[in-house]
Design a protein around this ligand. Structure first.
Ligand code: SAH
Length: 203
């Protein structure tokens, strides 16, 4: 998977490749899809949600330029796969999932796999995780219509956020948001298709 899908598309970031080699992706998909776990696509994880395509996980991971001492916030735990990839690289990962059943599954899966530097919470991630912030980086894995202001507030000075922004159910722009002092710089990276960022009132 790493050679044919990730390196072949130009990602050579060593710690990202190493983390993707270490995380057992087949343990993050439903049993019925285990044989497709390493295929070049997103896969259904139930409740209308998906585990992202491996290339997208690699791209988002390397784009935040993760370092050993980083504290990272993820919005949209889903299967827990992206959080596990990050956990091999950084000091601590805080991840929020809005769907209770997925939160319960992901928490158990990450505990069973002994990821002791990941904390999972069941909430609407729009508000971030203020008590644990500010964060060196924030990774949002659901498509929002705009960048939630509480997430910008919880980004450290010099921090990076990667977030798909656009209309749900069409393609979105994957944005890199960088905070420098009180300036916010955003850059369009590519078109992507993510499941929608929902709000607590929609549940
Ligand atoms: N990162 C995941 C892929 C997640 S799919 C993985 O590696 O498997 C996007 C996830 O975001 C879904 O599980 C969805 O329920 C969740 N989500 C959507 N809106 C959210 C919100 N406001 N707060 C937290 N999670 C949200």
């Amino acid at each position: 998977m790493v050679i044919t899908q990730i390196k072949a598309r130009g990602i050579y970031h060593a710690s990202t490749l190493d983390a993707l080699n270490k995380v057992p992706r087949h343990k993050f998909v439903p049993e019925s899809l285990m044989e497709s776990a390493y295929s070049d696509s997103p896969l259904s994880i139930g409740y209308g949600q998906t585990i992202s395509q491996p290339y997208i996980v690699a791209f988002m991971t390397k784009t935040i330029q993760p370092k050993k001492d980083f504290k990272v916030l993820e919005i949209g735990t889903g299967s827990g796969y992206q959080a596990a990839v990050l956990a091999h690289i950084v000091d601590s990962v805080y991840t929020i999932e809005i769907i209770e059943a997925l939160f319960v599954q992901a928490k158990k899966r990450l505990d069973d796999l002994n990821y002791d530097n990941i904390l999972v919470k069941n909430m609407d991630g729009y508000y971030g995780w203020e008590e644990k912030g500010p964060f060196d980086a924030i990774v949002v894995t659901a498509a929002a219509e705009f960048v939630p202001p509480p997430l910008i507030a919880q980004l450290k000075d010099g921090g990076k956020m990667i977030i798909p922004v656009g209309t749900p159910f069409t393609t979105q722009q994957l944005l890199l948001v960088e905070k420098k002092g009180n300036k916010i710089k955003t850059k369009n990276l590519m078109f992507v298709r993510f499941v929608p960022f929902t709000r607590a009132k929609d549940q």
